[in-house]
Write a protein that binds this ligand. Structure first.
Ligand code: HEC
Length: 211
């Protein structure tokens, strides 16, 4: 099984020990139980991969220990991302507070309706006609029909009657939006209305402008 490659080896290192069977060069100074290894060349792709990994390791270690680059220090990366996230949150909050009027009436109503149909409609009826909870489409209110009165009920709840506090479940904006939505239901006259409860509420003139 002599090949041109074997001869090639022999030519360069004539003193090396040669295996009798393959005519390949034997590895020196290394024998176990009479077994010896051939001194084969590594395939070039493996050798270059090995060199490349050395170069990579050197530059990576330099980045980590010399430059302490943000991209490779996990703790720094984490801090940076957290800081960016907190900043983003803060600006979003500021934006929300600074520009509450920038949303269109449609957006406010859509948000209010979403909250209403997801949470409130279970007790107050799909159209606000009333079920377990009172009717929202008539002019009568147990706790008052102003935005502030409704806000109070939504935030504190009426536990003994089954209405929980939504203080921690809804954001202030969501509460304001659902109030706007509830106010829009007045006079819609849906079927199966619950009988009026509470006092008739006469909105003051500025009330209509606010909602
Ligand atoms: C588990 C049932 C239930 C759910 C869910 C519920 N409510 Fe109520 N709600 C009630 C009941 C019962 C009352 C009447 C309380 C009373 O008689 O004092 C009420 C009263 C109210 C009132 C005062 C009505 C009045 O006549 O003064 C408002 C406003 C209100 N709910 C808003 C909401 C909003 C907004 C949601 C959704 C975020 C909601 N409720 C979800 C049961 C519920």
């Amino acid at each position: 099984m002599s090949t041109t490659e074997d001869k090639h080896h022999e030519k360069h290192q004539p003193q090396a020990e040669i295996d009798e069977v393959t005519n390949d060069q034997l590895l020196q100074g290394h024998e176990f139980d009479g077994i010896r290894e051939l001194d084969n060349q590594l395939p070039p792709w493996l050798k270059y991969l090995f060199y490349a990994s050395i170069v990579f390791a050197a530059s990576y270690l330099t980045l980590v220990f010399v430059f302490e680059d943000d991209r490779v220090i996990q703790a720094k990366e984490y801090q940076k991302e957290m800081a960016a996230y907190i900043e983003e949150e803060e600006t979003a909050e500021e934006d929300e507070q600074a520009t509450p009027v920038e949303r269109t009436q449609e957006e406010i109503m859509a948000s209010g309706e979403a909250t209403f149909s997801k949470i409130c409609s279970v007790c107050h009826g799909k159209f606000g006609e009333g079920l377990v909870g009172p009717n929202f489409t008539d002019e009568y209110w147990i706790h008052g029909g102003s935005r502030e009165d409704m806000h109070e009920v939504i935030v504190t709840g009426v536990i003994e009657k089954g209405m929980i506090s939504y203080k921690n479940l809804l954001s202030e904006r969501q509460i304001q939006d659902v109030i706007t939505y509830i106010k829009s239901l007045q006079g819609t006259n849906p079927p199966n209305q619950k009988a009026p409860e509470g006092e008739k509420y006469d909105p003051e003139p500025q009330e209509g402008a606010q909602s």
